[in-house]
Design a protein around this ligand. Structure first.
Ligand SMILES: [Zn+2]
Length: 333
């Protein structure tokens, strides 16, 4: 039997990434990145997506006929069952795009669609830092905060198909306003974008910081700079950074209470801050906020650690979603 190959596509606001993953060892064989743009019409974006998939297949030395299926990870809200993306914050013209139909018709390959946070979590479960456990929850700390839940080996999409939006779990009543319309979402404290925004807001209010001069000179303050300044002892950077770690820990406690996974994985650009600056304070704060019930001989708290696939989690997870679709019977082989 010919070896099974899956094509994964990660559709983002700035880039479309595609790659071919070999089923046998879950190894990524090719990688293609194409730029997208906010103002693009949906059919242009879909065309680019198909192009990225074709290029990834060719780069892997394969033909489309050799590809078992194509998996797409996309921001939502969307319907996995219907293969439709309802809306996308980064593409304002998107309304009810039948993405699966368009891609499968153009390529002739069976196609499946997952929320991008779910796909990334599935990727880590399938081929990354969750390979050795049955249950994990992942928080992707990027521009926003994405989430994904795998319990007892199953990807949890939710009855209404838009569950696991963990960046929008409320961690502070009447907290900061979120772009989703709620207040106090985890994302408003622990995303790279909001970290910078919250920091600059404090500077504008007159708070002292070593980054003030560069802000006054018109430079953008990044979460990386805030992490570095916090590490160097800057009091404002430390306050904003510690706040993010604190709310992340509260999010992790909520996750532990709801579904008690073996592992909570942190992913995304923010984890470049490293273990000492991010993981250790989150673990410490988790232990403080966590319940105090103990069970002798049984570890109740999930292990919190970094994900391992880096920026490729989306593509690998989307490819792995093809195998999931085969297991679930929605793609027939
Ligand atoms: Zn929100």
């Amino acid at each position: 039997m010919a070896e099974r190959l899956y094509c994964g596509v990660d559709l983002g606001g700035t880039n479309i990434k595609a790659g071919v993953v070999r089923a046998a060892d879950r190894c990524q064989l090719s990688e293609v990145t194409l730029e997208t743009g906010r103002e693009l019409q949906p059919e242009v974006v879909v065309g680019k997506l198909i192009d990225a998939a074709r290029q990834a297949v060719a780069k892997a030395g394969a033909t489309l006929e050799q590809i078992t299926g194509i998996g797409i990870g996309s921001p939502g809200p969307l319907s996995h069952k219907r293969g439709v993306v309802f809306q996308m914050a980064n593409f304002k013209h998107w309304r009810h795009q039948p993405l699966v139909q368009a891609v499968s018709e153009a390529t002739g390959r069976p196609t499946t669609l997952e929320n991008d946070g779910n796909a990334a979590a599935w990727g880590e479960f399938w081929a990354g830092a969750g390979r050795d456990v049955d249950s994990l929850v992942m928080l992707t700390l990027g521009t926003g905060v994405g989430g994904g839940i795998v319990l007892d080996g199953r990807l949890i999409r939710g009855g209404r198909e838009n569950g696991a939006e963990l960046g929008h779990m409320i961690v502070q009543a009447c907290g900061r306003p979120c772009s989703c319309g709620q207040s106090g979402c985890l994302e408003t404290y622990a995303s790279a974008w909001k970290l910078s925004l919250n920091f600059v807001e404090q500077l504008a209010n007159g708070a002292e910081s070593s980054l003030r001069a560069s802000w006054q000179a018109g430079a953008q303050i990044t979460s990386k700079q805030i992490a570095e300044a916090a590490s160097a002892g800057d009091p404002l950077a430390q306050r904003i950074w510690n706040e993010a770690c604190h709310y992340l820990a509260i999010g992790c406690v909520n996750i532990a209470r709801i579904c008690n996974p073996d592992r909570i994985l942190l992913a995304g650009g923010l984890i470049n801050a490293g273990e000492k600056l991010l993981l250790e304070p989150v673990r410490r704060q988790f232990a403080i906020e966590d319940w105090k019930l103990v069970c002798e001989g049984m570890e109740l708290a999930p292990e919190i650690r970094f994900a391992s696939l880096g920026p490729n989690a989306g593509v690998i997870g989307a490819a792995g979603a093809v195998e999931l679709a085969i297991e679930e019977g929605t793609i027939k082989v």
